[in-house]
Write a protein that binds this ligand. Sequence first.
Ligand code: AMP
Length: 504
Amino acid sequence: MNGNFAADLQAVFATHGNRPALRMVDGALWTYSDLAERTARLATVLVEADTGPGERVLAQVGKTPEAVALYLATLQVGGVYVPLNSAYTAAEVAYFLADTQPRVFVRDPTSPALEGEGASLAELTLGEGDGSLVQAMDTARPRFEVAERKGDDLAALVYTSGTTGRSKGAMLTHHNIRSNAEALRQCWGWRDDDVLLHALPLFHVHGLFIAMHCALLGGTPTIFLPRFDVRTVKRHLLESTVMMGVPTFYTRLLQDADFNRSHCREVRVFISGSAPLTEATFDAWQARTGHRILERYGMSETIINTSNPLHGERVAGSVGFALPGLEVRVAGEAGEPLPPGEVGSIEVRGENVFKGYWRQPEKTAEEFRADGYFITGDLGVMDAEGRLSIVGRARDLVISGGYNVYPKEVEALIDELDEVDESAVIGVPHPDFGEGVVAVVVPSGGPVSTEQVTASLEDRLARFKQPKHVVNVGALPRNSMGKVQKNRLREEYSRLFSSTSEVN
Ligand code: AMP
């Protein structure tokens, strides 16, 4: 049997050809047979660009239905899809090009063409205009053949980061993504009449795998919004049965005084993840809509690990139970399982766990226990029934608006400024983004302003990583080993964004 996940999807699309697959806000509609056909046309283009099994397709593209077809076409020809955040600058993209050595780089027509890249790389655009893949989608000959792949072969590389600030590519196999999608459909009781409201980006596992796969494997419709926007979401919620979002979606909707339970009358479940959902948001959502948000926990390396139950108690502040077929434990320093109630390292083993970091065998070895458990880097506590709560991140990762910001990368650039002696970047609670990025700097002369720092980062760092506020201090607090005590900084500035008008 072909282990290529595209084969499973193709079978679903063939059965449900007449059903709506993607419904866009402008009224455009792709049925499942449209999606299958356009995917097959793009498959021809990829094969003509020599994208054989195992070859990487690096994509920095906007959120369009064509981008969904590009992802599916890559799987179909046996390629490895590498989605990139559209906010990455050219300098950042250069790193991913060098690391993945793709056969094809697909970009937005509005972003600059590559300079000085090897001739072996095909550069394509996804948008209107001559030579773009959108045009090829109407003209190329469809190629429905699905490349033979084993379940253990790579389907995608999803870039995450480490404490060193260098991004690492998490290698996800066809079996990882298939088994997780099936487990989620079971866990969340996916129905034949479900309609998914999709307002997430497509370059992250949340939007691309978790949300899209539930709908695609069911042959059910997705209302495909280009981005999250309160007015549009309110309108389309009326036709939706499931919404998946980051906590920011929920806080933004709650800020809209007009938003009420009548907007949610068709919805059977609201799902949240990618960042902590506060108990305050959980409670406020229940009071406003009558729904208890179903929170789940996952990451690029493992897709989803745990989920609150569809039926049964959804506890605020908990991320629920291990998905069927997975093992999740809270362990001590040597990987020994800890008793319920004790805080430790969250570790996961099972079909969802990735194959390792792309071309980084040492890093991969460091993150796995001898018994096969993956060390997530998160800290948590489990109750006697197996319900997990995350208490913090072992590393100093900041999650702002659902996106990861790795302090070291930001610090390195700020430290390059003449006006700054040194810096520490932290995340503190932010009413809108969950966490807001703050740079604590030791100036070399007079005080350094927030504007000065962001202006210097403009072309070098995606906007979501730039500090929302800069604090000047005489010295950074350090422990006896010389390490900066970020926990103290976080405590000291924890209320910085409570009065948002001043600093936002
Ligand atoms: P990413 O690889 O971008 O998906 O980020 C993964 C990280 O997001 C995890 O290691 C967690 O620290 C965090 N995360 C994901 N879901 C949750 C959640 N429900 N609650 C708290 N943190 C979460």
